[in-house]
Design a protein around this ligand. Sequence first.
Ligand code: HPA
Length: 272
Amino acid sequence: MSLFDHAVEAAEFLRGRGFVGAEAAVVLGSGLGTFADGLSDAFAVPYADIPHWPASGIIGHAGRLVGGRVRGRRVMALSGRVHLYEGHPMTSVTFAMRVLGRLGVPVVILTNAAGGINTRFGQGALMLIDDHINLMGTNPLIGLNDERFGPRFPDMSEVYSSRLRSMVRDAAAAAGVALEHGVYLGVHGPSFETPAEIRAFRAWGADAVGMSTVPEAIVARHMGLEVLGISCITNMAAGVLPQTLNHEEVMETARRVGAAFVSLLEGTVERL
Ligand code: HPA
């Protein structure tokens, strides 16, 4: 069975469970899962029940797909994702995007926890992703191209939709949420970066660094979905402050800014 057939099968399964007509899907990053709790008329399916869907083992990721409504809009929330650093192949890391594509979901909002490279950012800042740099050392589209998904050489000149980005800025202004914007640089992980790497990334024009989002954004664009990305700056990147980095701090900051993050997401969905 091909990846395409797997995606079709998973999408059919989800249609049967009521996942139809969603106007957007939101992928919730580490510690940012509370958006899913706010859905009305909610229904959920554990990832483990979905055919061919990979299981994530990391703490802070619940591992379920939630459907429901937010301010009148039908949405899907992906609570938990699999990362490249867990050892999963790229096809698994981006499988959810393939399924969303087959379900006909037009918009995907990718959220993540990220380290702040731009020294103007504060810990807990929310950053709208303008563009990305793929430094993962690989690409999710490597291998034979299946034209049923998209073209061999997809354009990446506007991965993060400027139309949707202006909606996020409006939502931030209306909700009184401070919003930064900048370039997200994706690394493979799982080790955090060294201070020298962070200085290099800053010179390349990166404002934040993280271990997700880039593969999903590439695959979503391959299928022609409209993409948005929002980072929660859970910590300043290595060497910016005289302190070490740890995953607990990432989770704690994400939880602390949870309410602002959720109101930004809800206001964005409302404007779709
Ligand atoms: N580096 C990479 N990924 C991250 C970080 C970081 O500092 N913080 C949260 N995710």
